[in-house]
Design a protein around this ligand. Structure first.
Ligand code: ARG
Length: 607
């Protein structure tokens, strides 16, 4: 926001150092938090150290030398528009703004840039975020919701920070789990099909649980039961073989049931406002992955032990020259010629790099797959892909309910759709009492925004590596670190603005208002919070940490709520103060909306 002044001053420092032959280090600026005035600062320690290393000048110790340079520089800068004073303290150059100017510029920047306030400059690298990639023939549970929300928010962050961004999904649509569902369907339920996209998807999950019970060895089985179970298992294996061989009937059954899952997935992605650009499927990389095995053997990365009855393996640690065990040795082609999950990931990564020209490749995947992905990244490095260094696993922990952990084998998963429905229902029942004046249809829409906001925020407000115990009552609370609490700040800002319009306040007056008065602590805090948004976007994107934005949104909302309680905007002492504060409220509303949008949460105007 203040790059203009910054650049100007930087230029002056550079030319001063050039003329005086000072080995200036890269200038790093940081904001000075408000203590009577706002400012920004840079230090000269590195420069002083550079000078010492070169054995130049008066041989002062580094801190004194830094102070000396800061002093000289400060004396050279002269007056700069909008800057109230410049000082050299302890090796730092501190530059201060006139408070009223600073406040005005923060607010003006937001109101001018609107939806784009906080957007980073266009970057040259292309980022792919892979997420929303559950296995088919199961239903979308709350853990998948965490994955999808983390991925979408990360995609929004890197995109807004300026990176060209590709959203990719990679559903697992093959393997024993898939065949298990197909087997039981074919055997006992052929021709049946529940109505409704969600019902159909969820039904597959029930079939899976039922099949697992039939196929699992029980304690104290009678001989008949054992025989039955083994016969079922033989049928399942037979079906797997047929699938592998491309048998038309089995492939068709697979296509149909797979589509049921994908349809449910697409519907949920729609609810979450997620638009995937590229769909990869595990089944589609299976064949290509066989080809890369040959390539890896040829390149001497993989060892072919098939002649001696073994598999094709990669001794990752050895090839990387590591002496301690880290990535271990991995099979990439079994003796029977079938590929593994890892093999497919290698083929997938190659496609991402070569076909989609991805520079940074992010994988939003359950933390239990951490070793797997580190192994894949290590092999990509051996393979010579420079992008291997920029592969990143955004890992996340479990989601459970207060009543316990989930298991799709036991059929105790918590479906996202069920939680969503419940959340919306609860919000609606409160709204029906509280906001009876809002038309029913609109109330329904708002309830969806709040219910979903609650759910989404609860998936973002916990560090991705930690497990979540999802408590619906907590998530829906209007107090504390919740989605509705932040949404409510937006609603309150909106209500002030609406009232002011009713009272005939004109936007032109707001634009002309100045902050030339004694700002209250609440205004200062709010201005400061708003001004931090662009750098928070950048930090969250560069560190791949949605949590940074989630915390920021809460802090901003919290600051706004305090302001709202303490400052009676519409009854300000003078017309100018009222208008200045209204423009600040407008800027706050816009910034809250921008932050919420990055968090994939809607900003209702009323609730
Ligand atoms: N489908 C996998 C699962 O549900 C996640 C895929 C992760 N992505 C990857 N490139 N391996 O566990």
């Amino acid at each position: 926001m203040f790059t203009k002044e910054q650049n100007l001053i930087e230029e002056k420092i550079k030319s001063f150092c050039k003329v005086n032959d000072i080995a200036l280090a890269e200038l790093k600026w940081q904001a000075i938090p408000f203590a009577g005035e706002w400012g920004f600062a840079t230090s000269f320690f590195q420069t002083a150290a550079n000078e010492a290393k070169l054995g130049k000048g008066n041989k002062l110790p580094v801190p004194q030398k830094a102070q000396e340079i800061a002093n000289q520089v400060a004396g050279q800068i002269g007056s700069v528009d909008g800057i109230s004073r410049i000082e050299a303290v302890k090796g730092y150059l501190n530059i201060y703004f006139k408070t009223s100017d600073y406040a005005k510029r923060v607010v003006d920047a937001v109101l001018a840039e609107k939806n784009n306030f906080g957007r980073g400059e266009k970057k040259s690298e292309r980022v792919m975020v892979e997420y929303a990639q559950p296995n088919t023939h199961h239903s979308f549970h709350i853990g998948h919701a965490r994955n999808t929300i983390l991925g979408e928010v990360l995609a929004r962050l890197v995109e807004f920070a300026g990176y060209e961004t590709i959203r990719a999904s990679y559903p697992g649509d093959l393997g024993l789990g898939v065949i298990t569902v197909m087997w039981i369907y074919d055997k006992f339920y052929k021709g049946q099909e529940p109505q409704g996209v969600h019902e159909r998807g969820q039904w597959l999950a029930k079939l899976y649980t039922e099949a697992t019970a039939l196929l699992e060895k029980k304690e104290n089985e009678t001989p008949e039961e054992t025989a039955q179970r083994e016969a079922y298992d033989a049928e399942r294996r037979e079906m797997y073989k047929k699938w592998d061989a491309g048998d038309e009937y089995v492939r068709n059954l697979w296509q149909v049931t797979r589509e049921w899952s994908l349809e449910e997935l697409r519907e949920i992605l729609d609810m979450l406002d997620v638009k995937i650009d590229v769909w990869f499927y595990e089944s589609e990389v299976d064949e290509p992955s066989k080809l890369i095995v040959e390539e890896l053997i040829q390149k001497n990365i993989a060892d072919d032990e098939r002649p001696s009855g073994g598999a094709v393996i990669v001794k990752i640690d050895e090839k990387l020259g590591l002496t301690k065990e880290k990535y271990r040795t991995n099979v990439i082609l079994r003796r029977d010629g079938t590929t593994l999950y890892l093999t497919k990931d290698l083929a997938l990564a190659k496609t991402k790099f070569e076909k989609h020209h991805v520079d940074r490749s992010i994988y939003v995947v359950d933390s239990r797959q951490s070793l797997h992905l580190q192994q894949a990244f290590a092999i990509l490095k051996l393979w010579g892909f420079p992008q291997a260094e920029k592969c990143y696993h955004l890992a996340y922990g479990f989601v459970s309910l207060p009543e316990g952990a989930m298991s799709s084998r036991r059929g105790t998963v918590v479906l996202f759709k069920d939680v969503y429905d419940e959340a919306v229902k609860r919000v609606l029942s409160v709204e029906a009492e509280k906001s009876a004046d809002i038309p029913a249809e609109e109330r329904e829409k708002i309830a969806q925004q709040i219910g979903l906001g609650a759910l989404v925020y609860s998936m973002l407000s916990v560090d991705n590596n930690k497990d979540i115990v999802f408590d619906i009552n907590e998530a829906l609370s209007f107090d504390g670190r919740t989605g509705p609490y932040i949404q409510n700040a937006h609603v309150r800002a909106n209500s002030i603005l609406k009232k002011s319009q009713v009272e005939g306040q004109k936007s032109n007056d707001l634009r002309l208002a100045t902050f030339d008065y004694e700002l209250t602590k609440h205004e200062i805090d709010l201005i400061e919070q708003i001004s931090q948004f662009p750098q928070k976007v950048n930090q969250a994107a560069e560190e791949y940490r949605p949590l940074v934005m989630a915390m920021y949104a809460y802090d901003l909302a919290n600051t706004f709520h305090s302001f709202y309680h303490a400052v009676n905007v519409l009854q300000s002492e003078t017309e100018n103060i009222k208008n200045a504060r209204l423009s600040l409220v407008m800027a706050a509303k816009q910034t809250i909306a921008n932050a919420l949008r990055l968090l994939d949460i809607q900003s209702p105007d009323v609730m």
